[in-house]
Design a protein around this ligand. Structure first.
Ligand code: C2O
Length: 568
């Protein structure tokens, strides 16, 4: 493997027009190519250059990956967005436990031509209805479109299984990161979660619309954040419909209420599912989602290992609903496993709601920033087949506004905005009288039982201004889990009530959870949980320590590297 990193985007302008290139040394001895606008000669300066590496390959994109018609333009200095995958470098992947190739192959068909996608001018909006409110007429249309998608030739990239495999390929570590065959592309557990899925649904919707010749067709959203929509929508549970999938948990068909805190087992307190769901949504969308990173997920760019850290919705309600729908087995097909989830049409109803929640979150932000301005995010490219079976290269920057993308959601109530969880025990000094050991003496730790630790607060009695300027965050780092398992643990702060299945209280600070993958590897990741409002509600802002309780709920061997409080 060549030991360098290349930062680029592919355009169809001639190479001769491109600026000069400079290789910058990066930590870990990798090299980064960037454009240096100030250089006037054509010299390529190379530091720490790997002898085995040919300069020509660098200029032509690692041996001309994209063919002669696609030449390179180099991104501005230090820009390192993940490049779109090279489909010729898609591999089936390996089960790291057995060393055997995976028994699924989800690589896409190849195409010789890639077009840079431009959002078409919006003449008529596509309308995405709430699934539980959809009319008979709409359902008939959707069914017909899915039927047609299923009957396309198996090798047509718009075919139902091909479309399901798009998800599998982007999350089962089948694509190499361009420029580093040791690193894989993973669009989950990072800041690409919302934009990648938006593009995925965008083309899925356009393919369906084209098949029924309805350019206003929009996917339905499963409105699971609203008590009115918390049952699996009838259109998906009708066993004679093409929308039906038999690989689902039979206990969760209607009239079961969706459990947004599902941890692999049915709720201990069924009457509390709805209040739990509502306070959970409040946490994910408001309380713990103040910073962009906490809502979107952590930065993931060229040269980074996958899984830097998921956002609130991804690791919470989103993952819970996947595993709640999937079969009640360890691997959870179809919805409960990354490789198979796109085989269930309910995936698209589920993710249309996740996509809608992105828009809702942006609307609730008012004048606060609604998206990253980091070019490593905005300039990230993905490849998809569009409704004409043309392979297109899209960018994250085009996903910022669903209206510009030509679709809108049916307006429905947002009931959880006022469901701020209340403190179960509102008093200070819970931590110092608990007798729990300090975090330093406990981590790293294997989470095979409940772990309680004291975590020091570097600042206490913060003023209103301090709190406005900086969020107090609990960071849990070095979380290591087996990627083949459904994993979940919950986090409580100053919780004296020892029932870890009661979640609609301020002491519940959130969770980490992950769906299983087909391949197995150790995933290393982190989460951050906002504390500012929680500490106000518990009346312990003057305390020097908080008591943190970690409760494993599902999933193989979990280990945790460390835990601390930061202010950002
Ligand atoms: Cu790509 Cu909900 O998963």
């Amino acid at each position: 493997m060549a030991a360098f990193l290349v930062s680029w985007s592919i355009v169809t302008t001639p190479l001769a027009k491109q600026s000069q290139f400079v290789l910058h040394e990066k930590r870990n001895n990798r090299l980064l190519v960037s454009c240096d606008q100030n250089q006037t000669d054509n010299k390529i300066s190379i530091e720490n250059f790997d002898e085995k590496f040919e300069r020509r390959n660098l200029l032509l994109g690692m041996g001309g990956l994209y063919g002669a018609s696609n030449l390179l333009s180099i991104s501005p200095a230090f820009a390192t967005p993940i490049a779109a995958p090279d489909f010729t470098k898609c591999s089936r992947g390996t089960n790291l436990n057995t060393g055997q190739p995976l028994d699924v192959n989800c690589c896409p068909p190849l195409s010789t031509e890639i077009i840079d996608y431009k959002l078409p001018p919006v003449t008529k909006m596509r309308f995405r209805p709430a699934a539980h409110l959809a009319t008979e007429e709409y359902i008939a249309k959707f069914e017909r479109a899915v039927e047609l998608m299923k009957s396309l030739p198996a090798d047509d990239p718009r075919n139902f299984m091909q479309q399901a495999n798009v998800h599998c390929a982007y999350c089962n570590l089948t694509y190499e990161q361009v420029g580093d065959s040791d690193l894989r592309i993973q669009i989950h557990n990072c800041w690409h979660f919302f934009p990648w899925h938006r593009w995925y649904l965008y083309f899925y919707e356009r393919i369906l619309g084209k098949l029924i010749d309805d350019h206003t067709f929009g996917l339905p959203f499963w409105n699971w954040d609203n008590p009115e929509g918390m049952v699996m929508p009838a259109m998906f549970s009708n066993s004679s419909s093409p929308l039906y999938n038999s690989r689902r948990n039979v206990n969760h068909l209607p009239p079961a209420t969706a459990d947004l805190a599902f941890s692999g087992k049915d709720a201990k307190h069924p009457s509390k599912i709805i209040p739990h769901n509502l306070t959970l949504m409040y946490r994910e969308m408001i309380r713990h989602a103040r910073h962009l990173e906490d809502f979107y997920g952590a930065k993931y760019s060229t040269g980074s290992k996958p899984n830097p850290g998921p956002g609130t919705v991804e690791r919470g309600s989103h993952t819970a609903m996947h595993s709640w729908v999937g079969e009640a087995t360890r691997t959870g097909e179809d919805m409960g496993n990354f490789y198979s989830t796109g085989r269930d049409t309910l995936f698209f109803g589920h993710h249309a709601n996740v996509d809608r929640l992105w828009t809702v979150w942006q609307d609730l932000r008012g004048s606060k920033s609604k998206h990253f301005t980091d070019t490593d995010w905005l300039n990230t490219n993905f490849l998809f087949y569009d409704e004409n079976a043309q392979l297109v290269r899209v960018k994250v920057a085009d996903t910022l506004d669903n209206i510009k993308m030509g679709y809108d959601f049916q307006k429905v109530d947002i009931p959880w905005q006022k469901n701020k969880p209340k403190a179960h025990v509102k008093k200070s000094k819970v931590a110092s009288t608990s007798g729990a050991p300090s975090a330093d003496s406990v981590f790293p730790v294997k989470l095979d039982k409940v772990v309680k630790v004291l975590v020091p607060r570097p600042q206490k009695s913060r003023s209103k201004k301090d709190k406005e300027n900086e969020e107090e965050l609990l960071t849990i780092e070095g979380i290591e889990v087996d990627s083949a398992e459904f994993v979940k643990f919950d986090v409580f702060v100053n919780d004296e009530d020892d029932d870890p299945y009661v979640l609609d209280k301020a002491e519940y600070a959130g969770c980490f959870s992950q769906l299983p993958h087909k391949n197995s590897s150790r995933v290393k990741t982190k989460i951050r949980l906002g504390l500012t409002e929680l500490l106000e509600d518990l009346d312990c802002e003057d305390d020097e320590y908080i008591l943190v309780t970690l409760v494993p709920k599902a999933g193989g061997e979990i280990s945790i590297g460390g835990i601390k409080i930061i202010y950002v």
